[in-house]
Design a protein around this ligand. Structure first.
Ligand code: FES
Ligand code: FES
Length: 160
């Protein structure tokens, strides 16, 4: 049985979209399937790993556990919205410069988590960064280079 569909207005990476979603569809599904924004990754689907993190109205959320219908009118930023015509976001550059990217699967979520964290704490210590990103799991590596990259980005601001 096809459930009721809801029409939503959302702003994604600065662009306005009208989308239809069922009452059980998540923001992650809408981003990946309807908008083809596949930079946001899908893994546990239980809010545990953080790879699906995006910013909703400036705050980091795990998009696999947020219903799309809860996002009416929201401003959403995904990894695709981080770089601009002027170049990569400071976090993206820092991750590359510090060798913090291995397979890359967790990196979009890691960067969106760090972006939300730095909005609230623009000058964190490495320990604060470790705590701030602890909800995002990287299966490739320790977190040393990731923490260094976030720390470097915070010091060089330009972080939006
Ligand atoms: S896929 Fe969303 S938290 Fe793991
Ligand atoms: S870089 Fe591979 S899971 Fe984090």
């Amino acid at each position: 049985m096809v459930g009721k569909m809801f029409e939503l207005s959302i702003i994604v990476n600065g662009e306005k979209w009208q989308v239809k979603a069922s009452g059980t569809e998540t923001l992650l599904e809408v981003l990946r399937k309807d908008l083809a924004l596949t930079g946001t990754k899908s893994n546990c689907l239980e809010g545990e790993c953080g790879v699906c993190a995006v910013l909703v109205n400036g705050r980091t959320v795990n998009s696999c556990i947020l219903l799309a219908v809860q996002c009416e009118g929201a401003e959403i930023t995904t990894i695709e919205g981080m770089a601009t015509d002027e170049g990569l976001h400071a976090l993206q550059s820092a991750f590359l410069d510090h060798g913090a990217v291995q397979c890359g699967y967790c990196i979009p979520g890691m960067i969106m988590t760090a972006a939300g964290f730095l909005k609230e704490n623009p000058s964190p210590t490495p320990d604060e960064i470790r705590e701030g990103i602890c909800g995002t799991l990287c299966r490739c590596t320790g977190y040393k280079k990731i923490v260094e990259a976030v720390h470097h980005a915070s010091q060089n601001m330009g972080v939006k």
